[in-house]
Design a protein around this ligand. Structure first.
Ligand code: NDP
Length: 286
């Protein structure tokens, strides 16, 4: 017998979550603030609750995926959460997750926070991953059901851990994509093909460079070997000026790169010129 589940919020992501539960045979009750959203779910067997209170009352496992935490608190008042397992897959900060966990637990619920590392089309497929933290009892009870959404990784009892990792991964992604946008702007400034550039040069380059991340992580954890830097920061700071100047010359804004240049300059001025990129980290933490 598959666990019955309630999904609150039928935006692009909530709809994908409900679809995945239905496809895996979980009886699924859905609710959305604006009624009638995602009508295709009705044909897949979803039960549409008339009110949010009815939706929460319908099942012990309640998944919420709204725009932000303010929406979650606005939508779910203090009624009906007693003895429920509330799994909040809304994107938010560690502090928001911790205070929402306190709120839910005061109301008698077990709370799990989650970070969805996927876009809606990936949900239920092999590339989808969802990070969880919070009540270990509730996670153990529901991990098989939650696994229908994507690979389920439990990060610990502190509810802030899933959003912390989620935000860390998104920060890395935006940094990478921001850099790719800068590259496309430069290529575009000479009317060159972004598709050929991507296939022939950008993807192989990034793939090769990403292999240096484990070494950087190792340096951060255990300390870099003195004199081991193959690409010292003083050299990188000098070369980085060319990234800024070339952008200006090509009528491309260097605004995405300027904060990295500032960081490099600060680190070199503080005496880290002989070290490698990992030496930037102390200049990034407050
Ligand atoms: P959408 O904009 O498609 O949907 C937003 C949902 O939030 C709708 O169901 C909307 O209801 C509801 N909502 C907004 N404000 C309120 C409120 N005050 N009270 C009740 N319901 C409200 O967003 P997504 O579904 O794409 O995203 C949902 C969450 O999932 C976000 O936190 C997002 O960051 C996260 N996420 C999304 C990803 C994506 O690629 N889409 C990827 C990973 C995470 P209504 O229909 O009534 O407006």
């Amino acid at each position: 017998m598959k666990t019955s589940v309630t999904v609150l919020g039928l935006g692009a992501m909530g709809t994908a979550l409900a679809r995945a539960f239905l496809a895996a045979g979980h009886p699924t009750t859905v609710w959305n603030r604006t009624p009638g959203r995602s009508p295709e779910l009705d044909g897949l067997g979803a039960v549409r609750a008339a009110t949010l209170t009815d939706a929460i009352a319908a099942n012990g496992l309640v998944i919420v995926c709204l725009l932000d935490y303010a929406s979650v608190h606005e939508a779910i008042d203090d009624a009906g959460l007693t003895e429920k397992v509330l799994v909040n897959l809304t994107n938010g900060t560690p502090a928001q997750a911790r205070s929402t966990a306190d709120w839910a637990e005061r109301l008698g619920a077990q709370y799990i926070d989650g970070g969805i590392m996927a876009v809606p089309a990936m949900i239920g497929g092999p590339a989808a991953s969802v990070l969880y933290s919070g009540s270990s009892t509730a996670f153990e009870q529901h991990q098989h059901g939650l696994a229908v959404l994507g690979r389920a990784t439990y990060l610990g009892a502190d509810p802030g851990l899933a959003p912390l990792h989620d935000i860390a991964l998104l920060s890395a992604m935006y940094g990478l994509f921001g850099g790719a946008l800068q590259a496309y702007a430069l290529i575009g400034s000479e009317q060159l093909s972004p598709t050929a550039f991507t296939t022939d040069l950008l993807l192989p380059w990034l793939t090769a460079m990403l292999t240096s991340l484990p070494r950087m992580a190792n340096d951060l954890e255990y300390g870099a070997q003195p004199g081991a830097a193959g690409s010292n920061l003083a050299m990188q700071a000098t070369g980085f000026a060319n990234l800024i100047q070339a952008a200006e010359d090509q009528a491309v804004s260097p605004e995405i790169l300027l904060p990295i240049q500032e960081l490099l300059k600060r680190a070199v001025a503080a005496g880290a010129g002989d070290e490698d990129l990992a030496a930037l980290l102390p200049h990034l933490t407050r």
